[in-house]
Design a binder for this molecule. Structure first.
Ligand code: GLU
Length: 450
């Protein structure tokens, strides 16, 4: 046996920290996965010998580049862009692009790492990647956003392709940004291919892609509740965020008989004791996406609601919590409050919204807890279906896609059960980590040392 074969968990994490100095989000994501994988592989010599976890936690490559653009006043602005290609063992790199001032290499490496397992869980042939820039689209004019997207793609186009790496949207990147980037890719390469997903329906996009992440998270929640003989009817649901994921999760909760109590943005949350119904959700969608407004303004239109500045919604008593905003928005103390208030289920619509301490609180309390890599996989799953439609130069009907999304979320749930059931309790974190890992790991074993 080679000397490096059997490092233990603490030594492995120390190594990850040493090799990725200052990258706390990346270390956090690796640690959460490694806790479960070490358990799983302890008696599986091949995974140790071939250093599979060590290799998955080392991105295939990280491309970093300068993005220059000119604002409306004629100032030259300089941003940093990245594409992290984590692992393409089971398909082309796939994952969103995030434009937000908080974007760093660490954040994108954590997201690309998570994406690798998430994409494997969908059962579709997609590897893991993520990209973005520390650009803030808030407060920018359409033309500023267009110039930024064009400049970003002028470098990115060399690294992506329909069979190489297929980006999509994420925080700060929606239909408008995808349109500008696709237009620039097409202009540079003179090729109309499925190089991006989340495209407009007129130019190769898929029906239900917009709804898929939020709807998928609630479908996953329904599968968890069903396992316990329960459903959403009459349940109070606390949701964070007010973007694409949060509003579509809210919509599906309402359709299935639940009561949505809260939504939020980076400035605070609104609490509507009358419940946020479809009409109010439609108002939020228009207000946030078309008018690019703030959630605080909700209370001016719906006067029964209150706005809580600078706060997250986890103190509002509920049966179910859906964190749909961003990473590390739900901390250990929030998790303890939710459990104390009788919350029975949490499904992560965002990526890693619960910190490690919070995850341990939920696991110790044995409430239903679905990690993002399982619960929010509906978005990338429909992206995978968009890729298939683009390759076949066809468009599937809405009913077919809705059914496929339901089936994929049910499939992910079953995969989690397979590896996460412990008597009466299902450890969905463990189930998702092991099921996602196993598929990628077995493909890597087939390739030998590459
Ligand atoms: N950004 C989304 C995610 O975190 C979607 C990625 C995609 O569709 O490629 O999964």
């Amino acid at each position: 046996m080679a000397i490096s074969d059997h490092v233990d968990f603490p030594a492995f994490i120390e190594g990850v920290k040493r090799r990725n100095p200052g990258q706390s989000e990346f270390v956090q994501a690796v640690q959460e996965v490694a806790e479960d994988i070490f358990d799983f592989i302890q008696d599986k010599e091949q995974y140790h010998h071939y250093q599979i976890l060590r290799r998955i936690a080392e991105p295939d490559r990280v491309v970093s580049f300068r993005v220059c653009w000119e604002d409306d006043k004629g100032n030259i602005r300089v941003q940093r862009g990245w594409r992290v290609q984590n692992n393409n063992s089971i398909g082309p790199y796939k994952g969103g692009i995030r434009f937000h001032p908080s974007v760093t290499e660490s954040v994108l490496k954590f997201l690309a790492f998570e994406q690798t397992f998430k994409n494997a869980l969908t059962g579709l042939p997609m590897g893991g990647g993520k990209g973005g820039a520390n650009f803030n689209p808030k407060g920018k004019s359409d033309h500023e956003v267009m110039r930024f997207c064009q400049s970003f793609m002028t470098e990115l186009y060399r690294h992506v392709g329909a069979d190489v790496d297929v980006p999509a949207g994420d925080i700060g990147v929606g239909g408008r940004e995808i349109g500008y980037m696709f237009g620039q890719y097409k202009r540079i390469t003179n090729q109309f291919t499925g190089v991006l997903t989340g495209k407009g329906l007129e130019y190769g996009g898929s029906l239900i892609r917009t709804e898929a992440t939020g709807y998928g998270a609630v479908y996953f929640l329904m599968n968890m509740l069903k396992e316990k003989g329960q459903d959403l009817v009459g349940k109070a649901v606390v949701i964070s965020g007010s973007g694409n994921v949060a509003t579509h999760a809210a919509e599906k909760v309402v359709q299935l008989g639940g009561r949505v109590m809260t939504l939020s943005d980076s400035q605070g949350f609104i609490h509507d004791p009358d419940g946020i119904d479809q009409e109010k959700i439609d108002w939020v969608k228009t207000h946030k996406t078309r008018r690019r407004g703030r959630i605080a303004e909700y209370v001016e239109t719906f006067t029964g609601a209150t706005f809580h500045e600078g706060k997250t919604p986890w103190g509002v008593p509920c049966d179910v919590a859906l964190p749909c905003a961003t990473q590390n928005e739900l901390l250990g103390e929030d998790a303890r409050t939710l459990v104390a208030n009788g919350c029975m289920a949490v499904a992560e619509g965002a990526n890693m919204p619960t910190n490690l301490e919070g995850v341990h609180v939920f696991k110790d309390a044995k409430i239903l807890f679905a990690p993002g890599k399982a619960a929010n996989a509906g978005g990338v799953a429909v992206s995978g279906l968009e890729m298939s439609q683009n390759s076949g130069r066809i468009s599937w009907k809405e009913a077919e896609l809705q059914q496929l999304l339901l089936d994929i979320m049910e499939g992910i749930h079953s995969r989690c059960l397979e590896y996460g059931r412990r008597g009466d309790y299902v450890d969905y974190v463990k189930g998702a980590n092991i099921a996602g890992f196993k598929k990628v790991a077995d493909a890597m074993l087939a390739y030998g040392v590459v």
